[in-house]
Design a protein around this ligand. Structure first.
Ligand code: ADP
Length: 545
């Protein structure tokens, strides 16, 4: 016997309609590429999303056809999120920080039919548009008046003119909740990028779980600033979660430097922000230099790569802001774990709490995780034993777009698991700690050195801004760690001083063999340190002794 409840599909359009009805006057504020600040409400966003849906249909795109965006975080990008997915097409967020040839490869692979872009990316689009074989419609995210007169791009039109005459009162189509809604490609640091195709169902379930108190705790009392770009795994689901909960949205546009982010956090009374560690590094440096304080910010989600404990401490002790350390990946929509204390940990001494908060956190309901050994057997949750991390859940990929790379899952007696490529420990309370990506682990004399541990010590040094630890081949030990570090502006520290800083913090054999200071560490398209580039750069580096 089936239950007798209403069988309504979970749909992305329902999010924006809900927000428009129940949070109609809640603001969405965007710093625009044009340089000014734009304000409107969920009611306006819903109206214009409906217009987008009508305009997409008029282009003649088929069901599940891909419509690409090349845009910063802003209200027009939000309308495309809801408008494109809402009418049964797939919003494909391209990452403008990728190399042009990678972009072309991805757009062709996705068979994008249309592409909407912020004017700041006009030169990029001019360089690549002829090579994007399937794209038939080019739309600049601007007013008709701002449309560049001689762009050279065939049929280029302005977004505002494109949607102007469409109806804002139409009903959304109803279709299977498992239909494709959004497409995002993995960074592809090795091999070609692979597409992850989210469904309406997976997106809605992820949004519910992401809003839970022990996840991001989104609410109608929040003003939320996703610094994480909407082209980086759907802005970690925040655009959907904000609509679901009626949180105010604040979009930074292209201005992601410390000063601009700080000003926006203050002026829009932002209570929660989200981004990768490198973004917060810029913000904290700016605040330190100018002796600034937060008046409204309560918590910040940090993920995408390991958040150094020193950063969590700085937010907590100097600014009274709680860091929610989160772990996930493109294949997981992306949320897997978020770090929040349990009841029994609330009275722990501050230092011990920091030890917990520096971990990647506990699984949110919907994600199951386990660590396994080389034989595929599950390993104990003792906080010590590390193994390959596998996950399963309804917002985790079961395949890549177009079946690329074959079946990515590991099939075992207890069902299919997705191998994350991460290595970590899980403690008795269920807190996951990522020790490394399996390809970044340093294997020294049969033991493993966690590159993240070594980097965390380095960035706790007051003179160090950023650090990456990579393995170099070693005739006796197999591999040994090299630390590549960037000094803070105006700060001085020598190789010897930095190495002696490790004393008592890690085992002697884990201390890097050498330190090289560089001006900057190469960052990838999502703000992560590109260790593969460093490995190439320092290939053949002669370690002392
Ligand atoms: P995202 O775009 O969400 O960062 P990617 O698919 O590009 O997702 O990368 C996912 C990988 O990033 C994870 O497999 C993991 O190696 C790393 N990662 C993400 N969050 C963290 C974190 N909090 N700590 C350590 N590594 C992380």
């Amino acid at each position: 016997m089936l239950g007798s409840m209403q069988d309504l599909p979970l749909s992305i359009s329902s999010l924006i309609e809900f927000a428009a009805r129940h949070h109609h006057d809640t603001e969405i504020v965007s710093r625009r590429v044009e340089g000014d600040t734009h304000r409107y409400t969920y009611r306006d966003a819903a109206r214009r999303s409906r217009k987008v849906a009508a305009a997409v249909e008029r282009l003649g795109l088929g069901f599940s056809d891909r419509f690409a965006t090349l845009a910063w975080n802003g209200y027009r990008h939000l309308e495309l999120y809801f408008g494109i997915s809402g009418c049964g097409r797939v919003v494909h967020t391209l990452n403008p920080r990728l190399a042009p040839e990678q972009l072309v490869w991805i757009a062709n692979h996705a068979e994008d039919q249309a592409l909407a872009f912020d004017l700041s990316f006009l030169p990029l689009v001019q360089a690549v548009w002829r090579q994007c074989k399937t794209v038939r419609h080019w739309i600049a995210l601007c007013d008709e008046a701002a449309l560049p007169p001689a762009s050279g791009i065939d049929g280029l039109r302005s977004y505002e003119a494109w949607i102007a005459d469409e109806s804002d009162a139409r009903a959304w189509p109803v279709f299977d909740e498992r239909s494709a809604a959004a497409l995002c490609y993995t960074s592809g640091t090795t091999g070609n990028p692979k597409g992850v195709l989210y469904s309406h169902r997976s997106t809605l379930l992820h949004a519910y779980a992401g809003a839970l108190p022990d996840a991001l705790a989104l609410s109608a009392r929040d003003s939320v600033l996703p610094v994480v770009p909407m082209f980086h795994v759907n802005g970690w689901g925040i655009p959907y979660g904000a609509a679901m909960t009626g949180a105010k949205l604040v979009f930074p546009g292209p201005a992601l430097d410390g000063k601009s982010v700080y000003e926006l956090l203050q002026s829009e009374r932002v209570t929660m922000a989200a981004g990768v560690p490198t973004v917060w590094l810029m913000l904290l440096n700016h605040m330190q230099q100018h002796g600034l304080r937060f008046d409204h910010l309560k918590r910040t989600v940090i993920g995408g790569s390991a958040c150094p404990p020193a950063m969590i401490r700085s937010f907590r002790d100097e600014h009274g802001v709680t860091v929610l350390h989160a772990w996930g990946m493109t294949e997981m929509s992306p949320i897997g774990t978020v770090c929040n204390l349990k009841l029994a940990q609330r009275d722990l001494p501050a230092e011990e709490q920091l030890g917990v908060l520096a971990k990647q956190g506990r699984a949110v309901f919907g994600v199951d995780l386990r660590i396994v050994g080389p034989d595929g057997q599950e390993l104990p949750w003792d906080g010590q034993t590390s193994g390959d991390l596998q996950v399963q859940g309804p917002w985790i990929a079961s395949a890549y777009f177009k079946g690329e790379g074959g079946d990515p899952l590991v099939h075992t007696e207890d069902g299919p698991w997705f191998p994350t490529g991460d290595v970590g420990t899980i403690d008795a309370d269920g807190f996951l700690q990522i020790t490394d990506r399996s390809k970044d682990v340093i294997k020294s004399g049969g033991e493993w050195i966690s590159s993240i541990d070594i980097e965390n010590v380095a960035v706790a040094h007051p003179a160090i801004a950023m650090a990456a630890c990579i393995a170099l081949p070693h005739p006796k030990w197999d591999e040994r760690p090299l630390l590549v570090a960037v000094r803070k502006p105006g700060a001085a520290v020598t190789r010897e001083e930095l190495l002696s800083f490790y004393e008592g913090k890690v085992a002697k054999w884990q201390v890097p063999d050498d330190v090289v200071f560089v001006e900057a560490i190469p960052l990838g398209a999502t703000g992560k340190m590109q260790k593969n580039k460093l490995r190439e750069q320092f290939h053949g580096h002669a370690m002392p002794g």
